[in-house]
Design a protein around this ligand. Structure first.
Ligand code: SAM
Length: 303
């Protein structure tokens, strides 16, 4: 039997393959036709937001193969689901949760998280690439998620009120705009700043006191040549709550392995020292080991 996800992918794919325009542009076109009711995938009544997200995601993955841009890679579902689980636990019992993704890309990570948080949730998405913003905006409308978009360099001033949870699959590498980087504590004394460092600082600036930042970071973040600048910033401005190592098997090249860093913005009255959860995600195909790992995360989040 064909699933709703497959039906949505086939609907988008048939259209995109039949036009002359870029596959991703065609994906936006057909999703707009779907929104307006001009054309619809033959999904069953039980179609869920996750079916829609996954169907569009399959098309985006195919479209991204056509014009490969290494720095625009969509966050894989294996990592997105884990971040969704963690954010869902941090949001438990709260109403009207606000989210920020300052490097939202296709929105795939953001919507995985929004689909997981069961309470009311609104989000702000920042992304520098106009095509990706149009793609994620039409996806948000199909998912009926309230998201405000800004097409801009997220390291420039943001007109965004502080949020409860900031999530981001950080763009990694040097940030070329030294003049703007001078506005950050994490600008090193010499050379260019690391964009991923500045993204952490900007994200925490836009997170409420007591709120959390959940970041996908390079696994070697704390061993880089600029970590001597990063350590004092994190110590002074944040509480490190967890560092979770992702399995090497998720990455083609071990040098590009990632971890998850969870920071909490301290409340103004007190900077409490907490234990830091240091954990390693097991092989994700091992269901028993994964269940035990998620249990550990749940206990940590409750505490
Ligand atoms: N989570 C996203 C998803 O699921 O599609 C993927 C994020 S991707 C790893 C990082 C994104 O950051 C890219 O889409 C890139 O265009 C964006 N980016 C890089 N530098 C930026 C900047 N200075 N301001 C805003 N966005 C930026």
């Amino acid at each position: 039997m064909t699933t709703n996800t497959e039906k949505i992918f086939s609907f988008i794919d048939a259209y995109a393959e039949s036009t002359e325009v870029l596959y991703l542009e065609a994906t936006i076109d057909i999703c707009q036709k779907w929104l307006s009711g001009e054309s619809q995938p033959a999904v069953s009544e039980t179609v869920t937001k996750e079916d829609i997200r996954r169907g569009i995601q399959l098309a985006v993955l195919k479209g991204m193969k056509q014009n490969v841009q290494p720095n625009h890679q969509m966050t894989p579902d294996s990592i997105g689901m884990l971040i969704g689980h963690i954010a869902g636990k941090l949001a438990i019992g709260e109403q009207g949760i606000t989210l920020l993704d300052p490097a939202a890309g296709t929105g795939n990570l953001l919507y995985t998280v929004m689909n997981t948080i069961e309470n009311d949730v609104t989000a702000t998405a920042i992304e520098i690439d106009d095509l990706l913003v149009r793609l994620s905006a039409v996806t948000a409308e199909l998912l009926e998620h309230p998201v405000t978009f800004y097409v801009q360099d997220a390291l420039r001033p943001l007109f965004v009120d502080p949020v409860d949870i900031t999530i981001s699959d950080l763009p990694v590498g040097f940030y070329p705009d030294d003049e703007n980087a001078l506005n950050y504590e994490l600008m090193p004394a010499e050379g260019h700043a690391y964009a991923h460092h500045l993204f952490i600082e900007q994200s925490m600036k836009h997170t409420k006191p007591g709120g959390h930042g959940v970041f996908i970071i390079p696994a070697n973040l704390f061993e880089s040549d600029q970590s001597p600048t990063l350590h004092p910033y994190l110590k002074k401005q944040t509480n490190i709550r967890a560092i979770i190592q992702l399995p090497d098997s998720l990455f083609k090249n071990v040098a590009h392995a990632k971890s998850i860093l969870i920071l909490q913005k301290p409340l103004p009255e007190a900077k409490v020292t907490h234990d830091v959860l240091l954990a390693k995600v097991p092989n994700m195909t091992d269901k028993h080991a994964m269940a035990l790992f998620l249990q550990k995360i749940d206990i940590w989040a409750t505490e």
